[in-house]
Design a protein around this ligand. Structure first.
Ligand code: MV4
Length: 451
């Protein structure tokens, strides 16, 4: 087992990783920017190294600075968390060269899934269902028009270097194709320095359901059931839950087996997530694979009673996994509490938290790095807490979430708490009748007195 792990991240996930390391008897090194001097990850780690100024590119994204911190502290492994360098294959490769274990998949595995056309080709070969489309990069406008005619409108143009909704364009009719094609290429070139585009049939009103998987160095891959992630706004997830209210035992078995095939196809090592689009007939299609621990991992932890960070560390240390699949024993919902004003287009609301009281009690979990007096810096993402509730049924879980949200006090900044309170009361949400477009016509209304 590792002696000392450096955590190349900040915020709640850095704290989350430190907690598991302590339980496993592993020493920890925090790295921090000058904007994070007063952060809890710095206080709770055994050692802490300042790696640069507030700007991410000169601190949490700087490979040389992080490697220097790992060398001077003698860390034998690095946990990247999510975001920042978590899916950077070059970083994983540099770790390898330094003889420091990157807690996650190999550089090759990251690269195979990072390029979306390569990922899709790999999935087709493995027998995982994918959305019908070009089946590769589209070389010209002329070829694109031909493919779109064949698959039928509407179609969606996606950047091979994109992902998570970046660089996508929907084309409803043939007359719009040329304009959208040019826009998609330009955007992809500007955002990723790669203008490779592919085409898919546009699936209308899909759900986003993802399967958690785990794989080890010995080729064993298992699934850990699904998370329902359709409640999102502009590709930012706001609520996740498990099991999905749309799931059936048959669908879980089919999606679970497809996700295992996906993992086996690249000999996946670590925990990962296979994202699927699911249409109203319960047809499912591979979308992307995330080769990192995700923000919403606690939902799975709560329903299968396993510590996923511990699993990651054990897999990286060469411990074989059992190979059996895990099924939800409970219902769990996570609400992302962001420092954003839900009444004003979810605009960021950094600043000082003047009072903070988090909900407690049976079945309530809060993963957070903030406290009364903490100042949210404007430089990083706006997640300040994850409120996770669990209960025997979805109905009880929603009731518990409403109670927990009512107990949550955050003063000094705006948060997404009022949004979640309203959502928990929404009839369609309560019935589980929603898809990825749900929030497009969800009205928050006027602030209540205490908001
Ligand atoms: C799609 C789609 C419909 N049809 N692909 C958005 C994120 C990226 N991973 C892929 N995305 C989509 N791909 C086809 N062929 C609809 C979306 C999509 C979406 C997917 C998941 C969650 C939220 C979404 C919101 C809008 C569009």
């Amino acid at each position: 087992m590792f002696d000392k792990i450096l955590i190349a991240n900040r915020g709640e996930i850095a704290l989350r990783i430190i907690r598991t390391c302590r339980e496993m008897g592993i020493k920890t090194v925090a790295v921090f920017s000058t904007a994070d001097r007063d952060s809890l990850h710095v206080r709770f780690a055994d050692e802490a190294v300042c790696i640069g100024p507030a700007s991410s590119s000169d601190s949490y994204l700087s490979i040389p600075r992080i490697m220097a911190a790992a060398e001077i502290t003698n860390a034998d492994a690095i946990h990247p968390g999510y975001g920042f360098l978590a899916e950077n294959a070059d970083f994983a490769e540099v770790c390898e060269q330094y003889g420091i274990k990157f807690i996650g998949p190999t550089p090759e595995q990251i690269r195979k899934m990072g390029d979306k056309v390569t990922a899709k080709e790999t999935m087709i070969k493995a027998g995982v269902p994918v959305v019908p489309g070009s089946g590769g990069l589209v070389k010209s406008l002329k070829e694109g028009l031909k493919i779109a005619d064949k698959v039928g409108y509407p179609v969606i143009l996606k950047a091979t270097a994109g992902g998570g909704g970046k660089g996508m364009r929907i084309v409803w009719e043939k007359k719009d194709f040329e304009r959208q094609w040019e826009m998609a290429r330009q955007e992809a070139k500007a955002a990723f320095g790669n203008d490779g585009i592919y085409i898919e049939k546009f699936i209308e009103e899909p759900r986003h359901i993802e399967i958690q998987i785990a794989g080890d160095q010995f080729g064993t891959v298992c699934h850990l059931s699904e998370r329902e992630c359709s409640i999102q706004r502009r590709h930012q997830k706001l609520v996740e839950e498990s099991p999905s209210p749309f799931m059936t035992d048959e669908l879980r078995e089919a999606m679970g087996q497809a996700a295992i095939k996906a993992g086996q196809a690249i000999h996946y090592e670590g925990v990962g997530t296979v994202e699927f689009l699911v249409d109203k007939h319960r047809n499912f299609y591979f979308m992307e694979m995330n080769t990192r621990i995700q923000v919403e991992h606690p939902v799975t932890e709560e329903v299968i009673e396993h510590d996923l960070i511990k699993e990651q560390i054990k897999i990286a240390a060469g411990v074989p996994i059992s190979g059996k699949n895990y099924y939800p024993m409970m219902h769990a919902i996570e609400c992302r509490i962001n420092a954003e004003d839900p009444y004003h287009d979810f605009r960021p609301s950094p600043g000082k938290i003047t009072s903070f009281h988090s909900p407690k009690g049976h079945g309530v979990r809060v993963d957070t790095h903030v406290y009364a007096g903490y100042v949210i810096p404007p430089y990083y993402d706006s997640l300040i807490a994850k409120l996770i509730c669990r209960a025997q049924t979805r109905e009880e879980c929603i009731t518990k979430m409403e109670r927990a949200l009512d107990e949550f006090i955050v003063e000094g900044i705006k948060t997404t708490i009022p949004f979640h309170k309203k959502l928990m009361r929404d009839e369609r949400f309560r019935k589980g009748e929603f898809h990825t477009g749900f929030l497009n016509d969800f009205e928050l209304g006027e602030p209540e007195a205490e908001d």
